[in-house]
Ligand binder design. Structure first.
Ligand SMILES: NC(=O)c1ccc[n+]([C@@H]2O[C@H](COP(=O)([O-])OP(=O)(O)OC[C@H]3O[C@@H](n4cnc5c(N)ncnc54)[C@H](OP(=O)(O)O)[C@@H]3O)[C@@H](O)[C@H]2O)c1
Length: 324
């Protein structure tokens, strides 16, 4: 048996409870990880609240990323062996002593990086790489706007985009968060409580690419902020998905509106993202040119407090739980 944190019913952070579950066994193509650290992500909070159901084949336990040691491998796994230290994208189940994932969704712990930081890489790096660079096609020299700049996703997007040569703009909800965005490589951070990002981006000539997690009235404002041929990539709707939009602008200015969610994608699609990350992004992590921004650490027993920290929106960067 192993310790695990389960969602007893949809609701506030207090519905999380420590329990015991059987240690799962790897199927062909899977590895069993003994978890050292588990990353906490906003989708875990949404799942707990009953707003983001896990895919039918995934564990009902929350937790989309972790670091740890491979302790068993399923049939056909040749890339990893017992004793290897990895960080991994999980289909769920990270809030536990052990978790299963596809071998192809594991990546090595970057050189010089501890397991604590490595646990915080997969969810945001898979999401940012696939949405900003693969789907959004961000190129060096382009103007890139990311909302929620101080979030786990935002801090990753700012670093990767600026290291790869884009001009980065970010929004955040306080001056302290804006300062953090600039320190990570943003050319300008916009405190959305005191400044209109539409005005700022239009004065710059418009954004070539926007990564948005806010939605609601941001959708119209994002469209206004885009340069001709600009792309809007939507990865969440913290302020709701429904909006009335005049699509003539999309046609007249040749805009692209797209988006994706990571979790429901096929194992093969995630494996392809992992492969591309290994080739294009892991060298940057190995060289220390990008690194996760760590906000706070909790224990597995403190999962409730970890979720409360995330919902306070006081955090900058990643929240992690020490498990092993
Ligand atoms: N599509 C995908 O595959 C995928 C994968 C992972 C995450 N996501 C999404 O990406 C977002 C960031 O995830 P994360 O784990 O990095 O979360 P996070 O660190 O909690 O970031 C959320 C950020 O959004 C801002 N925010 C919160 N509520 C808001 C609201 N109502 N209006 C405007 N801004 C708000 C907060 O910043 P301020 O305090 O500065 O407003 C906060 O920093 C989440 O929405 C998550 O669901 C999507």
């Amino acid at each position: 048996m192993m310790r695990a944190v389960e969602i007893t019913k949809p609701g506030p952070a207090e519905v999380l409870a420590l329990t015991e579950r059987p240690i799962p066994q790897p199927a062909p193509g899977e590895v069993l990880l003994k978890i050292a650290y588990a990353g906490v992500n906003r989708p875990d909070v949404l799942q707990r609240a009953g707003l983001y159901a896990p895919p039918p084949t995934a564990s009902d336990l929350p937790g989309l990323e972790a670091s740890g040691t491979v302790v068993a491998v399923g049939a056909g796994v040749t890339d990893w062996a017992e004793g290897d230290e990895v960080c991994a994208l999980l289909p769920g189940g990270g809030y536990a002593d052990y978790a299963l994932t596809a071998a192809a969704h594991c990546l090595p712990v970057p050189r010089g990086m501890g397991l604590r930081e490595a646990a915080c890489l997969p969810e945001t790096f898979f999401t940012v790489w696939s949405n900003v660079f693969q789907r959004g096609g961000l190129k060096a020299g382009e103007r890139f706007l990311v909302h929620g700049g101080s979030s786990g996703i935002g801090t990753t997007a700012i670093q990767l985009a600026s290291v790869l040569g884009a001009r980065v703009f970010a929004t955040a909800g306080s001056d302290e968060k804006c300062a953090a965005c600039v320190a990570l490589g943003a050319e300008k951070a916009i405190n959305y409580r005191s400044e209109d990002f539409v005005d700022v981006m239009r004065a710059e000539g418009g954004a070539n690419l926007i990564l948005d997690m806010v939605g609601g009235d941001y959708i119209k404002r994002n469209v206004k902020s885009l340069a001709d041929d600009g792309r809007l990539v939507q990865i969440a709707f913290l302020q709701g998905p429904q909006v009335e939009l005049n699509f003539a602008q999309v046609m007249m200015r040749r805009l692209t509106i797209t988006g994706s969610t990571l979790r429901p994608q096929s194992d093969l699609a995630k494996a392809r993202i992992a492969q591309s990350l290994a080739e294009n992004v892991w060298p940057l992590l190995d060289a220390g040119r990008v690194a996760p921004v760590m906000d706070s650490e909790f224990t597995l027993e403190e999962a409730i407090q970890a979720h409360q920290r995330m919902e306070s929106s006081g955090h900058i960067g990643k929240i992690v739980m020490k498990v092993g």
